[in-house]
Design a protein around this ligand. Structure first.
Ligand SMILES: [Zn+2]
Length: 219
């Protein structure tokens, strides 16, 4: 009698275990498993402290952009045009949105050309996803493995605000550390074009170029 009761309890527990296994399997089927690429993108954005694309109202990128390849160098740009020194978030997000619109609608690119944007207040914003090849340096070959950073402003016309430069420095160090990029592989847009025998550009303006040169000499 005692034995039979034990057996019944054991059977009862077996049923509970089988039911919970079945429920877990059903939940896994119903649940959307996290996309590994989306997780990687979120992780990198978090590590460099970048605001998500949705925060500047990014339009979705056109599908099918090629891969960046292994990051091997970084190129710094400025937006050029007029002076831009607004410190509020809304002005920065609208400026980034405007750049994306120009790149997609006028130039016919898949997305904004740069991977990260640093605004005058020192905020970093996520541009094109880092796993996709950018459109910023001057040729497909030059964009391969090349992380494109944009500073909002025209640094021939204005001095870069200290917060913006400080944040650029932190971003450069973080990206170099994450992808094992040497300080010699951080370029101004003009320097990288010259290296490839492409025509010169004023980008990223003399003040930022001087700052980057000084920084490179110190390291
Ligand atoms: Zn440039």
């Amino acid at each position: 009698m005692k034995g039979e009761r034990k057996k019944k309890i054991r059977l009862g527990l077996g049923w509970v275990a089988a039911a919970s296994l079945a429920l877990a399997a059903m939940a896994a089927i119903l649940r959307q498993e996290p996309d590994p690429l989306a997780l990687w993108r979120e992780g990198i954005a978090a590590q460099v402290g970048a605001r998500a694309r949705k925060e500047w109202g990014a339009a979705p990128a056109v599908e099918g952009t090629g891969s960046l390849g292994s990051p091997r160098m970084i190129t710094v740009h400025h937006s050029g045009g007029g002076v831009f020194s607004a410190l509020d978030e809304l002005a920065a997000s609208l400026a980034i949105k405007g750049i994306q619109e120009t790149h997609m609608s006028v130039k016919g690119w898949d997305d904004i050309g740069y991977h990260y944007i640093v605004d005058p207040a020192g905020r970093v914003w996520e541009g094109r996803h880092l796993d996709r090849i950018g459109a910023h340096a001057g040729s497909r070959q030059l964009n391969t493995g090349n992380i494109g950073l944009l500073l909002l402003g025209n640094f021939d016309l204005q001095e870069p605000p200290p917060y913006q430069l400080a944040r650029l420095g932190i971003l450069l160090d973080k990206l170099r550390q994450l992808f094992d990029i040497s300080s010699a592989e951080v370029y101004t847009h003009n320097a990288v074009r010259t290296r490839e025998g492409l025509g010169p550009t004023a980008c990223p303006g003399r003040h930022v170029s001087e700052w980057l040169q000084k920084r490179r000499n110190k390291k």
